[in-house]
Design a protein around this ligand. Structure first.
Ligand code: NAP
Ligand code: GLV
Length: 313
């Protein structure tokens, strides 16, 4: 038997986690994170979102930390997280599929003026147009061509958007022009009409989407942020929308979540806000992913999607 603590979805979600793990492997004892019946030295694995600082370090026999999300910033921001342990990022086809659906929806919403039409409908206005745009005429540039960026690129290409991407290392993806490193960022931005952010939160990517970056996009460009709130400087985005340099944004992630009621983003006519829902795979899918990774680990095979402390993601 192996003891797994979960902190993801709140204590009410534990029963669902337990049956999701039971369905794939009978030998897991699944408990809520703060279950007083589980002594710290009995814990083998944890599956967590935003553990309280210092807690992971207090589990002396912990073998692997599993993040219940693809990003791990909610774990690595704990100054005491046990760096000597493997940290596995959530992955798998469902995570990628859902994000690709969200990015396709966001880019089509921007292309087809969904926010303007929703506002016009609410006001009973017929917002007629002489012609409608097509995906072929709007170039999408994806910041981050990792697990999620690659899958999103394929979905966008299937719709007909020309797609290019920016990452740390050069990629070879059919039909996707690859830009790598800070020196190629300006050229990437100059050819991007819809900028999609699917970067991890690291010191290098913090505040990347600022006034300087936005000014390098063609006038009237649009932004989709489904990476992290830390990537976007919101006052700079608002100023670019005000000046007309930007024409719209779809935002799923924010520095402060839930987005505070006083945020000007809520009611902005050119901004669509979603509540950090771009890619939330189901618990059964995540349990399958974690159980398979533990089986690999215990058989001496490599763990998937490991956090690399050198890269910071
Ligand atoms: P991933 O596979 O690690 O991919 C990250 C990509 O970002 C890689 O292509 C990487 O370049 C690139 N990158 C990292 N730092 C960079 C830098 N300084 N300059 C240029 N490129 C850089 O991660 P993923 O699984 O695709 O997930 C990406 C992020 O999406 C997560 O970290 C999380 O923040 C966010 N996310 C959001 C939601 C949501 O619901 N909103 C859901 C899941 C994930 P290389 O390929 O060269 O390494
Ligand atoms: C969600 O934001 C995740 O990182 O999976």
């Amino acid at each position: 038997m192996a003891t797994l603590l979960v902190k993801s979805g709140g204590e009410k979600a534990v029963a669902e986690w337990r049956s999701a793990f039971q369905a794939v492997d009978q030998r897991f004892r699944v408990h809520w994170w703060e279950d007083p019946a589980v002594p710290p030295e009995a814990v083998d694995y944890v599956l967590v979102w935003d553990p309280q600082p210092g807690w992971l370090r207090s589990l002396p026999k912990l073998k692997v930390v599993f993040s219940s999300g693809a990003g791990v910033d909610h774990i690595t921001r704990d100054p005491d997280w046990p760096r000597q342990l493997p940290l596995v990022r959530m992955g798998g086809t469902e995570t990628e599929q859902r994000m690709s659906e969200y990015i396709a929806w966001a880019c089509l919403s921007l292309l087809r003026e969904a926010r303007a039409f929703a506002r016009a409908q609410a006001a009973g206005q017929w917002l007629g147009r002489d012609a409608c745009p097509s995906a072929a005429g709007r170039r999408v540039g994806i910041l981050g061509l990792g697990n999620l960026g690659r899958r999103a690129a394929a979905a966008l290409q299937a719709i007909g958007f020309p797609v290019q991407g920016w990452s740390r290392s050069r990629k070879d993806i059919p039909g996707v022009r690859s830009f790598a490193g800070p020196e190629e960022l300006p050229d990437f931005l100059a050819g991007t009409d819809i900028l999609v952010c699917l970067l991890p939160s690291t010191p290098e990517t913090a505040g990347l989407i600022d006034a300087r970056l936005l000014a390098r996009l063609p006038p009237g460009a649009q932004v989709v942020n489904a990476g992290r709130g830390s990537h976007l400087v919101v006052p700079d985005l608002l100023a670019a929308l005000e000046s007309g340099q930007l024409d719209g944004a779809v935002l799923d992630v924010f520095e402060q979540e839930p987005l505070p009621p006083e945020s000007p983003l809520w009611a902005h006519p050119k901004v669509t806000v979603t509540p950090h829902v771009a890619s939330l795979p189901g618990r059964p899918e995540r349990a399958r992913y974690v159980a398979a990774a533990i089986a690999d680990f215990e058989a001496g095979r490599p763990l998937p999607n490991l956090y690399d402390p050198e890269r910071g993601y």
